[in-house]
Write a protein that binds this ligand. Sequence first.
Ligand code: NAD
Length: 299
Amino acid sequence: MNYKNITVAGSGVLGSQIAYQTAFKGFPVTVYDINDEALDRAKDRIAKLMPRYQEDLGASMDEVEAGYGRITYHSDLTQAVAEADLVIEAVPEVVHIKEGFYKKLGKAAPDKTIFATNSSTMLPSQFAEATGRPAKFLALHFANEVWKNNTAEIMKHTGTDEQVFNDVIAFAKAIGMVALPLHKEQPGYILNSLLVPLLEVAQLLLVKEIADVETIDKTWMVGTKAPLGPFGILDVVGINTAYNIGQAKAQVTGDADFEKVAELLKNDYIDKGKLGRATGEGFYKYPNPTFAKPGFLES
Ligand code: NAD
């Protein structure tokens, strides 16, 4: 393993998970965020992950505490990256914030340091110049709840050094991820390139009144033996995210069916507080959704 010291920049939802997962797997981790209040929130978030590791992974108290103990916190960027072999960036998904961050980081970090972005929707080539070290920069994309949904999509841009690509793949494996290499840039990586069209078509089938939620999900679940259908997946993703995607699509395409999708999600779900699994109800009611009931897949 070519990397020893890891810095995670941005300690929100994903940054705190990446930091804890990395520390849990034995690496010393430094967490960087803009001020001490943000770092206090990160400590709190990370502490709340510890029982999840015990429940979901069967980790012992000693193990989760040892992971917690391997993390240090800094709001000074130069100090936060002084020893870093790898910086994983998880700052907000806003172009000017990421660009500003990479300009500062490029100056603050030692020459050896590799930078990886966790951006979900932006491509590494957008920031390669701003880093000042395009060959040492690529994407390393995690999924929410990294300890359970342990995909790591590792994506090069055309200037990424092959050795860096291979080292980041090895690092992803070392922290317990299933490493998924992408040899070229692809918006949405592999997972969302597959998933977004599936979810989109499911919603169109619904608003065109071709079939209802349960029938569409049942078709997918029986036909492919998948554990969830598209609407079950949408409940996990969250209705707000689905709405934002649907609305953007309606604006770009001007397609009336996508407008219907956005209206449906807003009026029947968001405005009624049905935001998906997180709120206990979306297309289904939890913890006992119809699709999990005995017999659902049998007739
Ligand atoms: P978030 O809003 O929860 O956290 C962002 C953090 O960045 C906050 O702690 C904030 O204080 C900090 N921050 C703001 N400006 C900063 C700066 N200039 N320098 C350093 N830190 C700064 O966001 P998130 O959901 O964790 O998303 C972060 C990144 O991870 C985004 O690129 C997003 O696309 C990606 N991502 C998110 C998810 C998800 O499910 N939330 C999944 C995969 C990837």
